[in-house]
Design a binder for this molecule. Sequence first.
Ligand code: SAH
Ligand code: AVI
Length: 332
Amino acid sequence: MSAPPQIARRRPISVDHALDAASSRTLADDALDGLTQPFKQLAPKHLYDARGAALFDAICELDEYYPTRTERAILEREADRIIASTGAGELVELGSGSATKTRLLLDAMARADLLVRYVPVDVAETSLRESAERLVVEYPSLAVHGMIGDFERHLHRLPAPQARRLVAFLGGTIGNFRPGSRRRFLRTIAALLGAEDRLLLGTDLVKDRATLVAAYDDPEGVTAEFNRNMLRVLNRELRANFDTDRFDHVALYDERNEWIEMRLRSRGPQTVTLEAIDLTIEFADGEDLLTEISAKLTRERLESDLAAAGLELTDWYTDERGWFALSLSRPA
Ligand code: SAH
Ligand code: AVI
């Protein structure tokens, strides 16, 4: 018997690429700005090339890094309730990464017979493409419309909705914004939501200093490698000559601001050249480059940020230790 004819199936994946030549200028502009300030700093989005994304995934497996497994446990418990209360058929995920926890939401949407489309948004191209390829195999009826882009700049380019939307921003990535930009960003998200759409936000909560510092300074040095990856990105993309071995990983908890600061501390005085932007900078011995803040919130602070952004918190799900929270919000 001859083989059945292959039926040509429309590929269920499409990916928009919002990062164009102007985006490599973003790193150049950010480096020029951030590395010439009295306190040197760079935006955390530059940590995530393919290696940085893989290192982040390795961090998520560490015993000390509680946010991922705590958020996953909340999702395992609450995903059906979240989907039932939102009625969402389209999941838009900001900073989707390898989309591991996402499956818990997609499963709940499939169980409720609502699942139509998944719209991941991430600057990390490899993670986005690989997770999209895996998901369409795991969920044969799912369409994926991804966007490789910067969620701070490109959300106006999201495809038009095909069903009621749930915008998910998981992992506590909201904590990587400073308070002012956090509110601005929440306002941008609020503007994306129709009256029936909802925001699902994963938020890491204030807790004791020792737990926090351990989560950002693991003994295996995975977080240190993730942090130093920023220098490798600069070396490659801007033809810089950072000696990655001469920068120490520092994670400190700023109790007043209730955020972790991840820094790279110069071991000895150093001169670094970034050829592509014609910049030479000096590091004094012990001088820091700030690569990320990771703010820890309380329910009250989050509610007031959401309210300032035109959103109303409707549901709050947390773990028994109160370490991490998922919240649902709707346009106020
Ligand atoms: N949501 C996943 C991944 C969190 S890591 C989880 O919960 O485990 C943060 C993710 O956000 C990374 O995949 C990173 O590439 C992405 N990201 C960081 N800044 C970004 C930006 N400005 N625009 C788009 N994606 C960004
Ligand atoms: C992606 N983001 C929420 C992580 C965090 O915890 O702030 C990034 C990270 N930085 C160090 N470890 C993990």
